[in-house]
Design a protein. Structure first.
Lengths: 337, 254
């Protein structure tokens, strides 16, 4: 009854390609597929595209950075969600658990509050995310109980709510005319400000975190067994858990620093990827990355095209994610796969 | 090779479950651990597996303190068969058995061709090779127990420790698992299992260890230790002995 992973990967890649084409061509300034191909081929070969200056600038300057950022943020959130779901043996958790997202958000709003530069805001988001996870982890492991995983998840919820209060305080203190709208819009999730300068600070941490998780793929399979079983199979669960959490938090923080809080992607996409290629992390992590990139590209394109004003990403992912998740839950009683 | 615990106090920090326990298991023999619920069977099992540190006394493996072994080194000598669980993710049976090979690989490695061979022969030994590509979540309880046994065997250990291997099985599968436990000892493994049924101990074990409220009630060859008097003292309940014409003994509760 096993399925080869190839058809599943083909579907994930098809979604990514569809997302890329959709994101490049649709918008206030429509670009035809032929023009897109002309410009991309010309860029790759170094020749003249023959397309108009305006078309070239829309593709390369306006949509290009945003498309790449959306693909990377989607991949980062999906990979982090996949790792957290495996680690906590719970298909219902996401990067928001452990306070990773809210810690990064608090770091970033503090940066905006003090009118710091982009790099400083990114660094504060990383610091906030890692600090939040470290706090959750230390508090959680200080309590000796029979069910450390549950304690960790509950601690994450509590710390996340405290950090949310911190974000609320910064918003309350912020200049209501200049800072508050920027903070609010960014917190709801948006890629409208993504520029070429954002791409490298996003790519580095996402690539590093994802590489660590792919390298640990087999151990992550074993880590999804009950703790004592994993240890009896020869896995040092403590250090490995820290490595996996750190890697997943790194990709989450990088995406929060770039695009604000975009919920549900890290929860929904791992499910879809698991349905496509099965639960083995060796296949699941790459499949989730590809699918997450395509998924967020489609949603981001919807966000900037369906209405006169741009809709915050977090709102769209929630509107799409919630009913999908409820539907998943009803079907899932039969089988997690 | 010998796995032994001397003058063991077992339990969790701040909560002593058992005291003064002396237990030993040699390769090639089967030891059954019997006793009422809450008496410390599982805690003793986890202490001997190195998953819990003894509060006093020490556990030695091949004469060396168990704590001196690396977590991987220990897993290459002692395998654990937990009570059957369903599992969160629908890994294939083959993947579950391959997980037994983890301690033979490095931190970043995937199972090798050799690991696949070991897993395949473990599946074949328990007659479940045909299940190899089925999701572990979709097979029967008896089949899952055999898969976990195959995973333990794939670890290529010297000792196999089983927590209530017959608890959730139907009558036929109970017999099958008992027979496999005997076969594992015959192939040179030391086997320790807990059970609620003294007849299983009588049938599959060489020696029995009787544990009540954290205290060692008796330990020795099954023929000596398992009798009406000991069992009634162990469970504080009446026990009836049935002997057939050939002299085979069985116990009935009540």
């Amino acid at each position: 009854m096993t399925r080869s992973a190839l058809p599943g990967f083909a579907i994930a890649v098809a979604v990514l390609i569809a997302g890329l084409l959709f994101a490049f061509t649709v918008g206030r300034y429509p670009v035809s597929l032929a023009e897109l191909m002309q410009v991309l081929t010309a860029k790759l070969t170094g020749g003249q595209s023959g397309a108009s200056q305006a078309v070239e600038s829309v593709i390369m300057q306006v949509r290009g950075p945003r498309v790449l950022a959306a693909a990377m943020v989607g991949a980062a959130l999906a990979v982090a969600g996949t790792a957290f779901q495996g680690l906590f043996r719970n298909p219902l958790v996401s990067p928001d658990i452990l306070g990773a997202s809210s810690g990064a958000a608090l770091g970033a709003v503090v940066g905006i509050f003090f009118s710091l530069g982009v790099v400083a805001i990114q660094a504060l988001a990383f610091a906030g995310g890692l600090f939040a996870v470290a706090a959750v982890y230390l508090i959680g492991s200080a309590m000796r109980t029979r069910d450390p995983i549950l304690v960790l998840v509950l601690t994450g919820v509590v710390v996340g709510s405290l950090l949310g209060a911190g974000v609320g305080l910064v918003k309350y203190l912020a200049d209501p005319y200049n800072q508050l709208p920027a903070m609010t819009f960014w917190l709801l999730g948006s890629l409208s400000a993504a520029s070429a300068a954002d791409l490298l600070p996003l790519f580095g941490p996402v690539a590093l975190g994802t590489s660590v998780l792919i390298a640990l793929r087999w151990r992550m399979n074993v880590m999804s067994l009950p703790e004592e079983e994993a240890r009896a199979l020869g896995v040092s669960t403590g250090p490995l858990r820290i490595a996996i959490v750190a890697a997943a938090t790194l990709t989450t923080s990088a995406s929060v620093a770039t695009a604000g809080i975009i919920g549900w992607v890290g929860l929904v996409v791992p499910h879809l990827a698991r349905a496509l290629v099965g639960p083995d992390f060796a296949r699941l992590i790459p499949a989730a990355a590809i699918l997450g990139g395509g998924y967020l590209l489609l949603i981001d394109t919807l966000a900037r095209t369906v209405a006169e004003v741009e809709i915050p990403l977090g709102i769209l992912t929630a509107v799409i994610g919630t009913p999908f998740f409820i539907w998943l839950l009803t079907g899932m009683q039969r089988n997690w796969s | 090779m010998r796995l032994e615990g001397g003058a063991l106090s077992i339990g969790y920090p701040g909560h002593v479950v058992g005291r003064g326990l002396d237990v030993a298991l040699d390769t090639g023999e089967v030891l059954a651990l019997l006793g009422p619920n809450g008496g410390g069977k599982t805690t003793l099992l986890k202490t001997l597996l190195g998953l819990l540190t003894p509060l006093a006394g020490d556990v030695r493996l091949d004469g060396k303190p168990l704590g001196d072994y690396s977590i991987g080194g220990r897993a290459r000598i002692i395998a654990y068969v937990p009570q059957v669980h369903i599992g969160t993710f629908a890994f294939t049976v083959e993947t579950v058995v391959l997980m037994g090979r983890t301690a033979h690989g490095s931190l970043f490695s995937r199972p090798s061709a050799h690991d696949h061979e070991v897993a395949a022969s473990a599946l074949a030994r328990f007659g479940i090779a045909h299940l190899s590509q089925r999701p572990y979540t979709e097979i029967s309880g008896g089949e899952r127990q055999l898969v976990l046994l195959a995973r333990a065997l794939a670890q290529e250990p010297r000792f196999i420790v089983l927590d209530e291997p017959t608890a959730s099985l139907d009558f036929g599968n109970q017999g099958k698992v008992m027979a496999e436990i005997r076969a594992l000892a015959a192939s040179g493994h030391g086997v320790l299992f807990t059970t609620h049924d003294p007849n299983h101990a009588l049938r599959a074990a060489d020696r029995a260890f009787l544990l009540r409220e954290g205290t060692q009630v008796a330990e020795g060859p099954v023929a000596q230790v398992l009798n009406k008097t000991q069992l009634e003292a162990l469970y504080r309940a009446p026990v009836e002995t049935v002997v057939d014409a050939a002299g085979k003994t069985a116990f009935l509760p009540g």
